[in-house]
Design a protein around this ligand. Sequence first.
Ligand code: NAD
Ligand code: MG
Length: 395
Amino acid sequence: MSPMRNITILGATGSIGLSTLDVIRRHPDRFSVHALAANTRVAEMAALCREFQPSCAVMADAKAADALAATLSDLPHITVLQGEAGLCEVASAAEVDTVMAAIVGAAGLPPTLSAVRAGKRVLLANKEALVMSGQLFMDAVAESGAELLPIDSEHNAIFQCMPADRVRDPGGAGITRILLTASGGPFREHSQDELRSVSPAQACAHPNWSMGQKISVDSATLMNKGLELIEACWLFNTDPSRIEVHVHPESIIHSMVEYADGSVLAQLGSPDMRTPIANGLAWPERIDAGVAPLDLFAIGRFHFERPDLDRFPCLQLAADAFKAGGTAPAVLNAANEEAVAAFLAGNLGFTDIPVIIRQVLAATDVVPAASFETIFAKDAEARRLAREQIRLLVV
Ligand code: NAD
Ligand code: MG
């Protein structure tokens, strides 16, 4: 019998959080929920608490936490916590062995780090946390002995295609290249002119994946692939020259690993995040994820093309920021978060997203990412600059 795993889910009300709970729901003999954490959605959180009966529920927003406590007053065994301190507490609690890090954006870094420092099994969906703090994050993993498992579908695929004991030494394992696949997003065939007028609703309508709004826009700009390039460099201790992005519009091959002898190993599956989530939850075992079997006859053909960096400059901006090193990836990430939020609010055009990011990167100096404080300070500076630039563009 496999041991029972007690889990905290950061970002429980989101797309990844709900998919995680769906896998957990199928295996009550394997998984129990210690804590659920979210930002503001009280009604959804209350319903999840009633179903999963966690010991703790956290709302990052203080008002939402008060409202949740009032709603759950008939369930006194559920402790309601709030704010970043509450998130960090449930991420590092002694009773917890596994933490799903699925908060979107930089807000996820403090609690994810807290789970890492407490030596948990950390299922990493929140790629922004790793992009921002790269080396410091990986140092914290090494120091605490935390078990970091990639949930991003591409990184989970790469992980599955590597020998388990060589994930941090791909060269030593005879790996020559990582082929990182990308769907190309909803605007893969749009002209530059057409891109100028796309709406948030169009950007969020991904052809293959159903995801949160921010990552949907990132997929449409290809910034998601840029963040994933950086994520892969840190997770697999490699550099961008060994990673090649392949646009694969069917989203069935989730990435590939090339070996010195010419072998290329791929991981395939339906585009359903429950597969990588189940892989991380049960690793190294395999469990039912509720995912329909792959029907390759129905799919018929696979296609591959190179990314178009002229129409989708965000991928190059991310590669350049990684090369610049230090605080540059944190600045890239913060500027992107602000630009995407402005686009979603209807205050910025789609093609202005890379313009803002480029301006913010040009206006900030790159300093060594010597501490998390330095990174948070640069994140704040980049956000201020991005908001200023957005205001200037809008008027
Ligand atoms: P989402 O918008 O659907 O959900 C985000 C979750 O984070 C929600 O539960 C929300 O309450 C919580 N949250 C937001 N701000 C918060 C804050 N300040 N404090 C605490 N909680 C906060 O997003 P998603 O699509 O589930 O993505 C989550 C993360 O997983 C992102 O980093 C994304 O890049 C990554 N990811 C998602 C997918 C996917 O298919 N959705 C795939 C790969 C990676
Ligand atoms: Mg991905």
